[in-house]
Design a protein around this ligand. Structure first.
Ligand SMILES: [Fe+2]
Length: 233
């Protein structure tokens, strides 16, 4: 399996707090059957990681691993005022440096502004993956807006823990709705540590398989592989 969204890198954001934690996270992921991870530290108003910083941390972790786990650079981008300029100047880090940007929307937003901003980002040659909309009340109240974004070429990533019920029954129910209505392309861990939010996918895939069949597996294998390679889905 492939995990496209993981706060694996130590001391970069609110994810892993030390290299020891990062190593433990790698071990948990590997045991779960994950063989490729995209390290996606937050890129927002507070944190602005550079590719150099990310590559340095990946190297530090890789040197301490005694099993085969591939780690790729990426970032978890939150939209804020000024982000478009940073994207245009190629300051943000796409998933494995492809055209795919992992983007989470702010808590409160004007859909018309967001739609326009995403369109501008697409005009720069990027493909947008909307990160965990199932955890945002706006989408819960307006799932049609998510449909609209998909119609306009966006992909959707949901969090494994939303499927297993880690974020509560309401989010779990909405996640099931999204999966059953073909509004999801990727399942990822969005792991932040080796304890509460761990890099585990298998449990959620098993549950999702009961809801939508074998397509659940594609969401942690075929589709993320295509994204890693910069191919179309
Ligand atoms: Fe994240």
């Amino acid at each position: 399996m492939i995990d496209l969204h993981c706060h694996l890198l130590h001391s970069m954001d609110d994810g892993s707090d030390s290299i020891e934690t990062s190593i433990k996270m790698c071990e948990i992921a590997y045991k779960d059957g994950i063989r490729k991870i995209v390290a996606t530290p937050h890129f927002n108003e507070i944190w602005k990681p550079t590719l150099g910083m990310i590559e340095k941390k990946i190297k530090e972790i890789k040197e301490k691993l005694n099993f085969q786990l591939s780690i790729f650079p990426g970032s978890d981008i939150t939209l804020f005022y000024g982000i478009y300029e940073l994207i245009k100047e190629k300051k943000v880090i796409p998933l494995n440096l492809t055209k795919y940007l992992l983007i989470q929307l702010p808590h409160i937003f004007d859909p018309r502004v967001i739609e326009n901003l995403i369109f501008q980002i697409q005009l720069e040659g990027f493909s947008v993956i909307i990160s965990h909309p199932e955890r945002q009340s706006f989408f819960m109240e307006n799932p049609s807006f998510l449909k609209e974004l998909i119609k306009r070429g966006c992909l959707v990533q949901i969090t494994a823990g939303s499927i297993t019920g880690k974020f509560g029954k309401k989010i779990q129910k909405f996640t099931k709705y999204l999966l059953r209505n073909d509004l999801v392309h990727i399942i990822a861990t969005d792991a932040h540590s080796d304890k509460y939010r761990k890099p585990v996918l298998s449990e959620s895939v098993e549950i999702a398989r009961k809801w939508i069949g074998n397509r659940a597996e594609e969401m942690v294998s075929t589709f993320p592989e295509k994204i890693l390679n910069g191919e179309e889905i």
